[in-house]
Design a protein around this ligand. Structure first.
Ligand SMILES: Cc1cc2nc3c(=O)[nH]c(=O)nc-3n(C[C@H](O)[C@H](O)[C@H](O)COP(=O)(O)OP(=O)(O)OC[C@H]3O[C@@H](n4cnc5c(N)ncnc54)[C@H](O)[C@@H]3O)c2cc1C
Length: 462
């Protein structure tokens, strides 16, 4: 460590990616300074309390897909604040022809489920005999699912699922980039069903869990418990400080940042850009134009999140599940609703329920840009139609994300190769955020661990 430097590593962005990476670097002995443009650490992870409810405007929960999570919570001293999803939240409802049907959870339930026609069920039996897709042609999620599983499975399983996870459209997403496990299953086994069966034993031994098998959790005080805990344990984090430019000069980086209108300069050996792709674009454009162009091509649709608190008696539906997802072909105005007070305890006052509704995404971006009162009304109208709401909500709170979730569209892998090229071209410059390695909180933690390993190796001159 050279003492005229402000830090070994400057991390731009204090979302979970930047925070988890900064934590990993600190644990590995590096001196880290985190600069965050916003007023709080956590990025998309934002928990608030209002009207007796605990409101999650970003992720409501996380999946323990990686063995890195539990040791992280223990090291941060928040393992005992972790809460599991309630067993009542196992059901996931999908809308079909105006009615909510529970997604079947077993092969037997699948056979008797009204969610899929007999024709669609029989179509699935053909899956093991359908030839592998070409290895060199990138395919959309929709084309892949249509080819292997049929139209109905695309419309009533994958389309709503992609709406729920990415606020995205399977017609645009790249299957290899957005669902790499599905793509790999086909490439390795020639069939998803055969691959699932063949891989069962290997999966049991693997400490990494698939998203279907991983335990779902949150924290008593909400998801921000995690990011607050990391931020508290980082000695140097500056909020309200936006990185404005980066310059490489003589084996070090000069970072210019703005705090309350005042320009400041920082020096470090390495820089981690843990900001969204559209923010990274601006920062690298002066010296890495190809990476900048690739990052600029990653779309981020808007999403509005509407929190509606009702008296329990005002909702006819039993709310016995995680929530409901709405397929595009049902032509409604919401992507889905999480039954938040069923999913975890202490999310709403006694006698009340909390529903978290997602509006917009790639499907209906203009709806996400409506005024807050209109968004509240829209969510209410859909709750009347789909959940049997018989009285207006007691309270409504809205959060809009103008650029919510990166879309791993066709060409995504080539874009990430440009980012890798920039990392090779500018030693000490690193990129880690949810547009790379997966969008879920668990994926971000995994990517951050990888990034902190690479940065440590760079600092040690490996
Ligand atoms: C509505 C919504 C619901 C979601 N639900 C789930 C869920 O249930 N489960 C799940 O696992 N995942 C969910 N996700 C996804 C997950 O929350 C995100 O992918 C993840 O939190 C992103 O973390 P990140 O650190 O990569 O990016 P971000 O959280 O976007 O953090 C980037 C940070 O960079 C800062 N920044 C930007 N520009 C600059 C600059 N120039 N200088 C300094 N700082 C800058 C920003 O202010 C921000 O704090 C959801 C996301 C959204 C939006």
């Amino acid at each position: 460590m050279t003492h005229d430097l402000d830090a070994d590593v400057i991390v731009a962005g204090a979302g979970i990616s930047g925070l988890a990476c900064a934590w990993g670097l600190q644990q590995r002995g590096a001196r880290v300074l985190v600069l965050e443009a916003g007023p709080h650490a956590g990025g998309c992870i934002t928990t608030a309390r209002a009207d007796g409810c605990l409101l999650e405007s970003g992720p409501n929960s996380a999946l323990e897909t990686t063995p890195l999570i539990q040791p992280l919570l223990e090291a941060l001293g928040i393992a005992d604040e972790r809460i599991p999803a309630r067993p009542e939240a196992r059901n996931r409802y999908i809308l079909r022809e105006g009615r909510l049907n529970a997604l079947p959870l077993s092969p037997l339930a699948f056979l008797s489920s009204p969610l899929f026609s007999m024709r669609a069920k029989l179509r699935l039996l053909r899956e093991p005999f359908i030839a592998r897709g070409a290895t060199d042609a990138e395919e959309t999620v929709a084309a892949f699912v249509r080819r292997r599983l049929g139209d109905e499975f695309l419309d009533y399983a994958i389309n709503p699922f992609v709406g729920g996870v990415y606020a995205g459209d399977p017609e645009n997403l790249s299957v290899a980039a957005a669902f790499p496990r599905l793509h790999e299953l086909e490439q390795a086994h020639g069939s998803l069903i055969r691959g699932q069966l063949a891989g069962a034993r290997a999966r049991r031994r693997n400490p990494e869990k698939s998203k279907q098998a991983a335990p779902m959790f949150a924290f008593e005080g909400g998801m921000q418990t995690l990011t607050d805990a990391i931020a508290r344990r980082l000695p140097r984090i500056e909020l309200g400080t936006a990185v404005a430019s980066i310059t490489a000069s003589g084996g070090r980086y000069v970072i210019e940042a703005i705090t309350s209108g005042v320009r400041r300069k920082f020096h470090s050996r390495a820089v981690l850009l843990a900001v969204p792709a559209y923010a990274a674009t601006v920062l690298v454009a002066p010296f890495a134009p190809q990476a900048a162009a690739a990052l600029a091509a990653i779309p981020y649709p808007p999403v509005a999140v509407v929190h509606s608190m009702y008296r329990r008696s005002a909702i006819a539906h039993p709310l016995d599940g995680f929530g409901m997802l709405v397929p595009e072909c049902e032509h409604r105005q919401i992507l889905g609703t999480i039954f938040s007070s069923t999913l975890f305890g202490s999310r709403a006052p006694e006698g009340a329920v909390l529903l978290t509704t997602f509006i917009g995404g790639v499907r209906q971006p203009d709806l996400a840009r409506l005024a807050e009162t209109d968004l509240g009304e829209l969510a209410y109208a859909e709750h009347v139609a789909l959940l049997g709401a018989s009285a207006r909500p007691e309270s409504v709170r809205v959060k809009c994300w103008p650029q919510a979730i990166p879309q791993y569209t066709l060409g995504h892998a080539a874009r990430i190769r440009q980012v890798e090229e920039a990392e090779r071209g500018f030693p000490g410059l690193f990129f880690c955020a949810n547009y790379r390695g997966g969008v879920s909180v668990g994926d971000c933690i995994k990517s951050a661990d990888r990034a902190s390993g690479s940065i440590t190796a760079f600092l040690r001159g490996a």
